[in-house]
Design a protein around this ligand. Structure first.
Ligand SMILES: Cc1ncc(C[n+]2csc(CCOP(=O)(O)OP(=O)(O)O)c2C)c(N)n1
Ligand code: SF4
Ligand SMILES: [Mg+2]
Length: 309
């Protein structure tokens, strides 16, 4: 964990006054990341809630240089900025160290911007990509994305008599990014802020491309109360729905292991988007989700053991 006394000196680089909904963890994620990165940071962000809510002309919440990109290309844009910085540095026109962070929601990161993200990592630019994953296209009206879990109600996977919410499984973007063999990839949750901030520090110091996928419970789309977001972010981790882990130069490490068994139902039952799963005819979906979670956790533990000393 970076020294709190030190990072607090960086001040609040993502200010209040933004238009995110009450209880949205997005601004918390951004603020904590920037607190670690400090003021010598350039940010790009894809279109999505965190961009729309933070930069309504003539206002801005960003106290660092910030560029709004299209829905898909913040990863491509940040690499242009980083390449320019490297060129200036070579010529001696700039001396200070700078960080480069690209943000994107799940829609932009898992779906439409995946190619830009993959390419930027493959070109080995030095940048950190943070996906705030609220598991749907929230900004445009809660449409399903490839990050939306099976069984989740969204406006384009409506639970009713035809389908019981989204039929397909969610894509595992963290694993897709880890398969790029980049120096650092991780999963985090705003329920465990010290774990997240430590991962941001590691990512920024890894010397190359890095990626952190942060779960971001959305009161509007997940249908929970505004003051429950952080508790739900914790439940996601405790139920193993969202394991906290990192892949550092290929080595897997689970960074938090729940001490007690918390069943997936505890995570599902506090969210309206899964309410229909508790009907007898849909309960099999909960069993399938549980099976998937156990399979993935077991796999993670095996991968961790493979690299333990
Ligand atoms: C090429 C293109 N297609 C569609 C849109 C409309 N659009 C803007 S933001 C968005 C959804 C963003 O979803 P996500 O990335 O998950 O961010 P969130 O809104 O959930 O924060 C869509 C569909 C667009 N701006 N550009
Ligand atoms: S819709 Fe969801 S993600 Fe978007 S600002 Fe509101 S709470 Fe945050
Ligand atoms: Mg989203």
């Amino acid at each position: 964990m970076p020294k709190l006394k030190e990072v607090i000196k960086n001040g609040n680089l993502f200010t209040a006054g933004h238009r995110a909904c009450a209880g949205c963890p997005g601004p918390i994620i951004i603020r904590q990341a920037l607190m670690v990165a400090g003021p010598n940071t350039v940010v790009t962000i894809n279109t999505g809630c965190m961009e729309v809510a933070s930069s309504i002309d003539p206002f801005t919440s960003w106290n660092v240089p910030f560029m709004h990109e299209a829905f898909e290309n913040s990863a491509a844009a940040i690499t242009g900025v980083e390449a320019c910085y490297e060129a200036f540095k070579k010529k001696g026109k700039i001396k200070k160290h700078m960080n480069f962070i690209a943000f994107g929601g799940d829609g932009s990161s898992y779906d439409i911007g995946l190619q830009a993200l993959s390419g930027a990592i493959e070109r080995e630019h030095r940048f950190l990509y943070i996906c705030y994953d609220n598991q749907a296209y929230m900004n445009t009206g809660i449409q399903r994305s490839s990050a939306t879990p099976r069984g989740s109600h969204t406006t384009t996977s409506p639970a009713g008599t035809v389908i019981p919410g989204k039929i397909q499984k969610r894509k595992d973007l963290t694993e897709i990014i880890a398969a790029h063999d980049l120096p650092y990839a991780a999963q985090a949750s705003p329920g465990y802020w010290n774990d997240f901030m430590k991962k941001v520090e590691k990512a920024l110091n890894c010397g190359g491309p890095s990626f952190i996928n942060v779960l971001s419970p959305c009161p509007l789309g997940w249908r929970h109360k505004a003051d429950e977001s952080i508790d739900i972010a914790k439940l996601a981790v405790q139920s193993k729905f969202w394991p906290l882990y990192e892949v550092e130069n290929g080595k897997y490490k689970i960074t938090y292991k729940p001490r007690e068994e918390v069943d997936i139902e505890e995570f599902l039952k506090v969210q309206g988007r899964f309410a229909h799963l508790f009907k007898p005819e849909n309960r099999h979906i909960i069993d399938e989700l549980r099976e998937d979670i156990n399979y993935k956790w077991d796999r993670l533990e095996r991968l961790e053991r493979l690299y333990s000393d």
